[in-house]
Design a protein around this ligand. Structure first.
Ligand code: BG6
Length: 492
C-alpha cells in the first residue's frame, strides 16, 4: 500500500542553526524524504543560516552527510541526493547582531511571494532576537511563519517572555510551536481511534476507565546533551510538553471539528483542569530519580554524574507522577505518567485500563479475569492493541486467557513510517496549526509544572538513585502499587 502524496505550495524553508543537531538529524533528512516522496514542488528551497563562516559547498557537504547518516540506505539513491542538494542555499548571519542580515534579506527578496518558513533550530534565548530582526529587516510579512522548538522557557515566567518576544513580530496564527510527539503517527491515530469509531467514546470516562498510564521510556542516557539536560531535567524536557500533550489528547472532549483552534481549545481545558500537585515532595504524588551506572542494551553504561562530569546534581533523569483531572469525565481516574532515560527498554505507550467486570460467572478453574486494556504504542513498532479475555482453545473446560486484538501499523499498512518532522514541517507550509501548541497551552502546562519545580528547588533534595537499565527508583513502583495498580512495563 502506498500513502497518498499531495504536493504543497512553493516555499522557502529558512533554518536558523542549520549546523546543529536538530537540523542534521531531523530537518534535513525529513525534507529529503519528502522530496523523494514527490511532495516538494520543483522550486522549493531550503536555506541554511548559521553564524559559522561556511561556504555553500560546505553546507551542501554537511547536508549530504546528514542524509547519508540518517536516511536508511534503501530509501536513498545518489540521484535523489543530487536532486535534493540542488534545493540548498546558505547564508551566514548572526542571531544576536545585525551581521549578515542585509545579505539574508537580499537573498530572500525573490522569495517574497512564496510561503516563507523561518525555523528557529536554536536555543530559546535566540528566539526573540531572531524574530526582532526578521521584523526589522522586512522578513516577517504576511507570507512568513515562524517555527520554534521546545524548550519554550524553563518556567512560566521565562516562557511568557519568549512568547512575548516572538509575539511582538508574529501574530499567533503565524507562530508554530513544535512538539514533535504530536507528529508521531500513533499519536494522530489516537484521534482517529477516538473520533472515527463509535465503539470507544461511550466508554471513555470515569464510569468505565479505571486509570490511564502514559510511559515514555528511553534506554539511552543523556549522550552529548548533558550541558542542556542538566538545566532541564525530565520534568521540563518531557513532561511539560510531550507527556502533557499526550494526556490532553486522551482526555480532551471531542472537538466540534478537527481544526486547529477547536482542538487546542479542548486541550487547554484539560490543562486547566489538572489538579495542582500540592505536595511535590511526597513520593505519593511525584517521584524523581537519577540513574547510576548499570547495564543497558547489553553493555555497561556510566551513571548520569559521570556523563555530566560532576560530583553532584539535583537534576532528575526520571520522573513518575500521578495526575488528576478535575472535571466531570475524569473525576477519580488517575493518570500515571512516567518518563526517564536509561530505563530497561525504549518504549512509549499509552494504556487505557478499563474497569474490571462487576461479577464473574466463571468458576475458579477459569483463572483470573483481567480487566480490558487498550494500548496505544507510539514506539517502537507503533500500533494499537485491545486486550480481551477469551477461552483457551480445546476441550478441558472453560479456561480463560487474555489475548490482544493486535493492529501493528507496520504489518497492517506496510508503508514506511514517516518521521514526525516530515509531517510537521509541511503542515507549517500548509498553514495548519492543529498539531502545534498555542501560546495559552504552553503557559497552562507551565502553570501546572511550576509549583513542582519550585518545591524541588527549595528542598534541595537529591533525586532517588536508580540503576541504569531498570524501570526507575522503587518509589515509582510504590507510587502506583499503593493504589492497588501496577505499571504495565513494555509488551503490554
Ligand atoms: C526530545 C527530548 O524532545 O525528545 C529528548 O529533548 C528526548 O531528551 C526526545 O530524547 C525523545 O524523542 P523520541 O521521538 O526519540 O521519543
Amino acid at each position: 500500500m502506498t500513502s497518498r502524496v499531495i504536493p504543497v505550495v512553493p516555499f522557502v524553508l529558512v533554518v536558523f542553526g542549520v549546523t546543529g543537531d536538530l537540523a542534521r538529524r531531523k530537518l534535513i533528512p525529513a525534507m529529503f524524504q519528502r522530496d523523494v516522496a514527490g511532495q516538494l514542488p520543483g522550486d522549493a528551497t531550503i536555506l541554511g543560516v548559521s553564524r559559522g563562516p561556511l561556504t555553500e559547498a560546505d553546507y551542501i557537504a554537511m547536508a549530504r552527510q546528514a542524509v547519508l547518516d540518517h536516511v536508511p540506505e534503501a530509501e536513498r539513491s545518489e540521484a535523489d541526493i543530487e536532486r535534493f542538494v540542488e534545493r540548498l542555499r546558505y547564508v551566514s548571519a548572526q542571531a544576536d547582531s545585525d551581521a549578515g542580515w542585509d545579505h539574508l534579506a537580499a537573498v530572500l527578496k525573490p522569495f517574497s511571494d512564496r510561503v516563507q518558513v523561518f525555523y528557529l533550530a536554536t536555543g530559546p534565548g535566540l528566539f526573540a532576537p531572531i524574530c526582532e530582526r526578521l521584523g526589522r529587516f522586512g522578513l516577517a510579512g504576511a507570507n512568513a511563519r515562524v517555527v520554534v522548538e521546545k524548550p519554550i522557557g524553563k518556567d512560566l515566567e521565562s516562557a511568557r517572555l519568549v512568547n512575548e518576544g516572538v509575539g511582538k513580530v508574529f501574530p499567533e496564527d503565524r507562530v508554530y510551536r513544535i512538539d514533535h510527539y504530536l507528529g508521531k503517527e500513533a499519536v494522530q491515530n489516537l484521534m482517529a481511534l477516538r473520533f472515527a469509531n463509535g465503539l470507544f467514546e461511550p466508554l471513555w470516562n470515569a464510569a468505565h476507565i479505571d486509570h490511564v498510564q502514559i510511559t515514555v521510556a528511553e534506554s539511552l542516557g543523556v549522550e552529548g546533551r548533558a550541558g542542556y539536560y542538566d538545566n532541564a531535567g525530565a520534568l521540563r524536557d518531557m513532561v511539560q510538553n510531550h507527556i502533557l500533550q499526550l494526556l490532553c489528547l486522551v482526555a480532551m472532549e471531542p472537538p466540534a471539528r478537527l481544526k486547529a483552534d477547536a482542538v487546542r481549545d479542548e486541550k487547554l481545558k484539560v490543562l486547566r483542569a489538572l489538579k495542582p500537585v500540592d505536595d511535590a515532595l511526597s513520593t505519593h504524588a511525584v517521584v524523581r530519580g537519577q540513574y547510576r551506572a548499570g547495564a543497558s542494551a547489553g553493555g555497561a553504561v556510566p551513571g548520569y554524574l559521570d556523563e555530566l562530569g560532576a560530583d553532584t546534581s539535583t537534576t532528575e533523569t526520571f520522573v513518575a507522577l500521578k495526575a488528576e483531572i478535575e472535571n466531570w469525565r475524569w473525576a477519580g481516574v488517575p493518570f500515571y505518567l512516567r518518563t526517564g532515560k536509561r530505563l530497561a527498554e525504549r518504549v512509549s505507550e499509552i494504556v487505557i485500563a478499563f474497569r474490571p467486570i462487576p461479577h464473574s460467572v466463571f468458576d475458579e478453574q477459569a483463572g483470573t479475569i483481567v480487566a480490558n486494556r487498550l494500548v496505544i504504542r507510539l514506539q517502537p513498532d507503533e500500533g494499537v492493541k485491545l486486550w480481551l479475555m477469551t477461552k483457551d482453545p480445546g476441550p478441558g473446560g472453560m479456561r480463560l486467557r487474555q489475548v490482544p486484538l493486535d493492529m501493528s501499523f507496520a504489518t497492517t499498512f506496510q508503508v514506511r513510517n514517516p518521521d514526525a518532522y516530515e509531517r510537521l514541517v509541511l503542515d507549517v507550509v500548509r498553514g495548519d496549526q492543529t498539531l502545534f501548541m498555542r501560546r495559552d497551552e504552553v503557559e497552562a502546562a507551565w502553570t501546572w509544572i511550576d509549583p513542582i519545580l519550585k518545591a524541588w528547588s527549595e528542598s534541595g533534595e537529591l533525586p532517588k538513585p536508580y540503576t541504569a537499565g531498570t524501570w526507575g527508583p522503587s518509589a515509582a513502583i510504590a507510587l502506583i502499587e499503593r493504589d492497588g495498580r501496577t505499571w504495565l512495563d513494555g509488551g503490554s
